[in-house]
Every structure is written in structure tokens, then in C-alpha cells.
Design a protein around this ligand. Structure first.
Ligand SMILES: CSCC[C@H](NC(C)=O)C(=O)O
Ligand SMILES: [Zn+2]
Ligand SMILES: [Zn+2]
Length: 392
């Protein structure tokens, strides 16, 4: 690649971004391109790609810049433009699935590192760029598996950056923890019979009680005074199953909920509450977890924390205002934090509506380009955090 001055670099960054957006890395069958096409179809793991920029003191803990390459599907009929064409309108808004979540960040990391290298900078700590394949479907074959692999340990990571969310205002949001997703199916068995009779002990009566308990709690949480979604428990009833015919009282009915629980909630106590709701609903009502995340680790944002202080000082030097929050959904950061590595979720997009997973997801090219400069400063600051006593 040939450096063509600042403008050339900007054009190149936007072109790379748009080119990447055109790759259909969309579930359920992501096209990861040439690199992974030769992989054995039966492989248990998907491909995790890593690029490393070795630091001047490679024995020190490294910095991880993580991003996922997959994106969620689209309802094309609701989009103004082809969701994989990366159309740029007159205002410089680039429309594509993944423009916010999170192909922008991937290219920003790459271009920030490229710029630092082009400027002849040498950083003290090693920087790893990691590209993971399946965050959008839970990260189980990617990050969750990889953090337990010896190759992950060898990376010797001290601090990680991963995805965040856009902020419609002037400030930038940073995430230092996540809510725990609990996906629960409650099973309500009951007495069957003819649809014309008052049968006792029906599945539907139990189902109603269960739904009431969960949704009453939802209402309470919704009314509670809080600043952000990250501070409350959300409950949503997402699936109901049961029944075979209009005139047959079913022998069982199932209802499923998506709950997101903030790190401050006592999870054991919360599960006892769920058990109680099921017992109160009637005989033999049981529940099963499809997802039960129990990780309540938070990344320190204390002023004396060396990583946070490097991160926040770099932002301050750029006059960026930060809003610290708990991430409302689940990202691969939860697996990184679970193995004891501090991680911050940060996608530098201010003055941008939150459009991840939505129709007409877009990012303005000026915001995108500014993000490269932001990462340039951040990476440089993080990779220059002085050696800790135990690293010497
Ligand atoms: C729990 S695995 C699913 C992960 C998904 N992540 C995002 C960011 O949408 C979610 O929170 O539903
Ligand atoms: Zn994402
Ligand atoms: Zn997503």
C-alpha cells in the first residue's frame, strides 16, 4: 500500500470500510471469504484470525483489539438501499448491515495501527488484532472456545477493547460490564380434555399465572427510576408453544423469556424468585435454561487503575466526553472478562442514532474517520502503560 498523504489515507479507509461491508458475512451462513473457505466443514471451531504488532518489550502484557466479523440478517424490503452495497448518500452516510455493528471498528483498528506504523511509531506493549466469527450467535465456537485455548493464553493479554454502542449525543459511551442474559423456558403440564368442558388443572391456567408473574415483574422494573437499560432487569416474553387443535385442551404449554440481569443483582436470590413463581403457578411447573450467564465481573474504571487511567486520559486529551454504562445485551467481552482480563466496550460513534440490528443501519463517514484518530491515540496510550511491578 502506498501512502498518499492524509486525504489518500482517508479515501483508502472509507473504501476499505465499504469494501468490507459488501462481504456478506451474514448469518445463518456467513461468507467469510477466501481465507476460511478451505477449512474443514466438520471443524468444531470457526476460524479466529489474529494479527500481531510486536511491541518493543514483548514480555509485557499485551493489548487486544477485538472485533467480530459476522453480522445479523436483514429485512431487505425495509431498507432504502441494498443492505450489502454500502451506499453512501450526499451527506456521507454509509448504509450497510454491520456499518455500526461492528465492521466500522474492525477497519478503524486496522487503519489506526497502519497509521501509527506509517508514522514510524514503535509501541512498548504488543498489540493483537483479533477477528472472531460468531459473536452474533452467542460466540460459543469463537471467543468462548478460544479463551480456554492455550493459544489464547500465549497472547498474554493485559487489557482488551471490544464493541460498544453509538451515542446520539455529543458524548461517547463506554461499557465496563454487561448484563447477564438468562433465556428460560417454563414448562406447564396440565390435564387434557374436551374443549367444551371446565377441566380442572389445565396447562393454560398455569401458563397464565407464569406469564403474569414474569410480566408484573417486567412492569415494576420498567417503572423503576434509572438512567440506563444497564441498571435494570428487562424481561420479555419471546415464545409460546402448545396446543394441537381448537377443541383439545392441551397436555402442556411452554413459554419462553429473555431476561437481562444487571451485575449488581444477586443471581441466586433471583433464581429463587423464579422458582417461586413456577411453584405458585401450579403442580409440576418446571423451568429450563437455554442460556444462563453468571459472570458479574466489572472492569475497573477507578482513577488509579492504570488501564482505565490511560484510556480516560487519552479521551480527555482529545476532548471526548465519556458516559460509562453497563452494556444492555451480551458481547464477546463477557468471555474475556470471565477469564480475568479487563475489557472495555467502545465503538467511537457519537452524534449517531443506535441502529445496530435495525433497518437502514448506517454510519457517517466523518464519524468513521474521526474514530480512526481516536483509536490511534487510544492504542498508543494503552500500549504505553508503564510496566507493572510484577511485569519487570
Ligand atoms: C446471549 S448470546 C446472544 C448475543 C446477543 N448480542 C448482541 C450484541 O445482540 C444478545 O445479547 O442477544
Ligand atoms: Zn456486535
Ligand atoms: Zn450485533
Amino acid at each position: 500500500f502506498i501512502l498518499k498523504g492524509r486525504n489518500g489515507l482517508k479515501d483508502l479507509s472509507v473504501s476499505l470500510f465499504r469494501e468490507y461491508l459488501r462481504l456478506k458475512t451474514v448469518h445463518p451462513d456467513p461468507d467469510y471469504g477466501e481465507t476460511s473457505s478451505s477449512q474443514d466443514e466438520t471443524a468444531i471451531c470457526r476460524v479466529v484470525a489474529i494479527m500481531t504488532w510486536e511491541g518493543t518489550n514483548p514480555t509485557l502484557k499485551s493489548i487486544l483489539l477485538n472485533s467480530h466479523t459476522d453480522v445479523v440478517p436483514v429485512y431487505q424490503e425495509h431498507w432504502k438501499y441494498d443492505a450489502f452495497s454500502a451506499f453512501k448518500d450526499a451527506e456521507g452516510n454509509i448504509f450497510a448491515r454491520g456499518s455500526q455493528d461492528m465492521k466500522c471498528v474492525t477497519i478503524q483498528y486496522i487503519q489506526a495501527v497502519r497509521r501509527l506504523k506509517a508514522e514510524g511509531r514503535k509501541l512498548m506493549r504488543t498489540v493483537h488484532l483479533m477477528f472472531v466469527p460468531d459473536e452474533e450467535v452467542g460466540g460459543h465456537k469463537g471467543m468462548e472456545t478460544f479463551v480456554k485455548h492455550p493459544e489464547f493464553n500465549k497472547l498474554n493479554i493485559g487489557f482488551a477493547l471490544d464493541e460498544g454502542l453509538a451515542n446520539p449525543g455529543e458524548a461517547f459511551t463506554v461499557f465496563y460490564g454487561e448484563r447477564n442474559p438468562w433465556w428460560i423456558t417454563v414448562h406447564c403440564p396440565g390435564s387434557p380434555g374436551h374443549g367444551s368442558r371446565f377441566v380442572e388443572n389445565t396447562a393454560a391456567e398455569k401458563l397464565r399465572q407464569v406469564i403474569n408473574s414474569f410480566l408484573d415483574f417486567r412492569e415494576k422494573e420498567k417503572q423503576s427510576e434509572c438512567f440506563t437499560l444497564g441498571d435494570v432487569t428487562t424481561v420479555n416474553m419471546t415464545m409460546v408453544k402448545g396446543g394441537v387443535a381448537y377443541n383439545v385442551i392441551p397436555a402442556d404449554m411452554d413459554v419462553s423469556f429473555d431476561l437481562r440481569i444487571p451485575p449488581k443483582v444477586n443471581l441466586q436470590e433471583f433464581e429463587r424468585q423464579i422458582k417461586k413463581w413456577c411453584t405458585e403457578a401450579g403442580e409440576d411447573v418446571t423451568y429450563k435454561f437455554a442460556q444462563k450467564s453468571m459472570n458479574q465481573k466489572l472492569t475497573s474504571t477507578a482513577e488509579n487503575d492504570p488501564w482505565w487511567s490511560a484510556f480516560s486520559a487519552a479521551c480527555k486529551a482529545m476532548n471526548l466526553t465519556l458516559e460509562k454504562e453497563i452494556f444492555p445485551a451480551a458481547t464477546d467481552s463477557r468471555f474475556i472478562r470471565a477469564v480475568g482480563i479487563p475489557a472495555i466496550g467502545f465503538s467511537p460513534m457519537n452524534r449517531t442514532p443506535i441502529l445496530l440490528h435495525d433497518h437502514n443501519e448506517y454510519l457517517n463517514e466523518r464519524v468513521f474517520l474521526k474514530g480512526i484518530s481516536v483509536f490511534e491515540r487510544l492504542i498508543s496510550a494503552l500500549a504505553s502503560v508503564p510496566a507493572f511491578p510484577d511485569e519487570a
